[in-house]
Design a protein around this ligand. Sequence first.
Ligand SMILES: O=C(O)C(=O)C[C@]1(C(=O)O)C=C[C@@H](O)C=C1
Length: 178
Amino acid sequence: MDTMADGSLARMRLAIGGIDHALVLLLGARARLAVRAGRCKVRAGRPLADPEREARVHRRVEAVARRIGLPASTADGLAALAIADARRAQGIDPDPDPAAHAPPIGSRHAMHIPHLPPRPPPRSCASCLRPGAGRRCCARCRPGCSSACSSAPWPRCWPRRSPMAASTSWRDAGWAST
Ligand SMILES: O=C(O)C(=O)C[C@]1(C(=O)O)C=C[C@@H](O)C=C1
């Protein structure tokens, strides 16, 4: 038995495991961005499914794969999975036939995002609550707080609705509250 080779194999497997972990985290981050992109499209009155953009995503990852000597089909397959996830996260059919499934322009469809918890209320921040004022803080009161106001901090701060800060499940899901 070659113990040196065994040691190397173990190290390689550790590194491979790290890459697998990173891939999953990256795919999760991508899906979260896609949810936000979906909300932007709804606000902009655009259809959720964007086949041209999907084609560009495919072309770009294929080009990167070719540059590093990876089969383009591998990158293509990964992009297809990621896009299907994004479409699912946006509440549209993962089937990439856009003509069949694109919701009408202006549809509120994207606001129903099946596998994510609902958007939390803005976070409270004890240190910038005016004593007795019963208000939520905003980004201008304190960096890192929810940005609910755009001009003068106090008058525009949100009225406090509940003593609870952002929902734990949302935080656990790794979402920012803005
Ligand atoms: O770019 C967008 O508009 C997205 O929603 C992201 C994305 C993607 O996963 O790349 C997902 C669905 C669209 O059909 C196009 C692209």
